[in-house]
Design a protein around this ligand. Sequence first.
Ligand code: BDR
Ligand code: CA
Length: 308
Amino acid sequence: MNTVKLCIDTDPGIDDALALLLAFQLFDGRIVGITSVAGNQSVDKTTANAAKLLDLANQTIPLYRGAEGPLARTSIIAEEVHGITGIGKAVLPQSRRTIEKSPADEAIYEMACEYNGQFEIITLGPLTNIALSLMKHRDLAAKIKKITMMGGGSYAGNVTPYAEFNFFADAEAADIVFRSGIPIVMVGLDATHNATITKTEATDALNEESYTQFIALELFESLFENHLYHSVNTSYMHDPLAVAAHYDPSLVSLSDAHVSIVCEPNEHYGQSLVEFYHDSPNAKVALDCDLDRFRELLFSTLTSYHEH
Ligand code: BDR
Ligand code: CA
């Protein structure tokens, strides 16, 4: 039995929401904290969405509010993709859950100390919280076993020709994390652009009589309706693939590489420079995914929510 504890750092976010529903089932009993961060929407909204999703899945995992904005650059959000609430057209009841007192960056350090060496993080948004924690605590990096992150890419961006959203939203933070020495699995656009779900697959698989599956379908549909996220009726599963790859790394093909982040304020800001032929790799980079097995894992997990 895997006893390593896990924190999920996230900016829900439509695909974050699907990723969380996936993670709650795959890592049942192992998730010791959810930390929110500004990204797809303001941190007020991403925190509220995380709380609603925890309620939806009947989870008591502590929720910590994270950074309001990036370390150095001006804030950006992705309302054109994720909508005014951040979770598209899915409507969930307001949560009455208490948000923990510790800010996310402190909570990350506290969790890492408690589960020293047996603690992993999945990041689904900008890396601000992790970077803040690393800046404050020099001993943090050695306590984290692994970070699996959704971010970056070796050949292209999605918000600029060069940069992927999570790294573009806080390149300075990504830079700090890649320099930290923490073992990193980078699940970027090389792999997630091959992790597609079609409308037919989602509607065939999910049973709307289950409230959670109905909400999952609303989330999928919000993505299918958005041309920016792929094309009509098909969508990239960026964040769900990162969760799936953390659960089963054989779902992605990984190559050792040295990743550095462009922080200069030019057109390459936020780009991940991925060097495969390098003496000192600092990450394993996902270059592809096993689409059939990923789809099978995603839908078999989402359809395990049975409540009506
Ligand atoms: C990433 O950006 C966000 O909009 C998504 O939630 C995902 O984490 C994809 O570039
Ligand atoms: Ca995200």
